[in-house]
Design a protein around this ligand. Structure first.
Ligand code: ZN
Ligand code: ZN
Length: 264
């Protein structure tokens, strides 16, 4: 639970991780950079500073995108849902002991495609749900997961560079409580962002997501005929990356079932 809190924030709908990140960067990190770091070290390493500034611009762009944009919400009140409710008593799967109701979301009144999950915090169904991230105060899903990977990567770069700058300043000016506090905060965000960034790119390469990695045993589509884990969406690195950047459509349900039939 402690690790979960570090990586994914506290349970519930707290905005404190989001505010901590924004406020500490704007009102603590940046003034330190502009008034202390930049004037002292720019002449020593101009290229690094220019890269740092570009990386920060990219970070705020991806942050804004992840925070503001639709992560892939499934439309509410679909006619498919009404039809499914009427037919539910006659489903063959029902008689075989499988519950077709599990595909329905009664809050959103829709039929959930594979990989879709209802987020309790957003109170919406999200396609290719990854997790609800308190740092961007939004879900990570189909439409913003690539930007989220970009965001975590740029935060990781920013924080490791901040550490390098802080140690350089200490070397030049001696230890200072402000620099030490900056190092502690940069280390915390650097650690969290690096873990998130590493796992985001690893999952993109494997065509899976946080939710599927944690709850794989709950999903029939992630099992072969013997009940072992099998990911039908994994079509190799190149295809997986194309899908991650929305350049290639995901497999349809039929294709998923066909993939399973051929491989078992
Ligand atoms: Zn829902
Ligand atoms: Zn959410």
């Amino acid at each position: 639970m402690f690790l979960w809190t570090i990586f994914f924030g506290p349970p519930g709908n707290s905005k404190s991780p989001f505010l901590f990140f924004v406020l500490s960067t704007l009102f603590w990190g940046y003034p330190m950079y502009v008034f202390r770091c930049f004037p002292t070290t720019f002449a020593m390493m101009p290229g690094l500073h220019i890269f740092f500034i570009f990386n920060n611009v990219f970070m705020w762009y991806t942050f804004y995108y992840c925070y503001m944009r639709d992560p892939g919400f499934l439309p509410r009140n679909s006619s498919e849902y009404d039809l499914a409710i009427k037919k539910v008593a006659h489903f063959d799967e029902w008689k075989q002991g499988r519950n077709p109701l599990s595909r329905l979301c009664h809050t959103c009144r829709n039929v959930k495609p594979l990989r879709t999950k209802h987020c309790r915090t957003c109170n919406r169904c999200v396609m290719e749900f990854d997790h609800h991230c308190p740092y961007i105060y939004n879900c990570v899903g189909l439409k913003n997961r690539n930007m989220f990977a970009g965001f975590t990567t740029s935060v990781a770069i920013m924080t490791w560079m901040t550490l390098y700058f802080a140690f350089t300043l200490i070397e030049l000016e001696g230890t200072n409580v402000l620099y030490v506090l900056g190092i502690l905060e940069a280390f915390f965000f650097g650690f969290v962002a690096s873990m998130l960034c590493g796992s985001a790119w690893y999952m993109a390469a494997k065509n899976t997501n946080t939710n599927e990695r944690i709850n794989a045993s709950r999903y029939d589509y992630l099992k072969d005929a013997h009940g072992h884990f099998y990911n039908p969406y994994d079509r190799g690195f190149i295809n997986n990356m194309k899908e991650f950047f929305l350049l290639k459509p995901s497999l349809t349900e039929e294709e998923v079932h066909r993939a399973k039939v051929y491989t078992v």
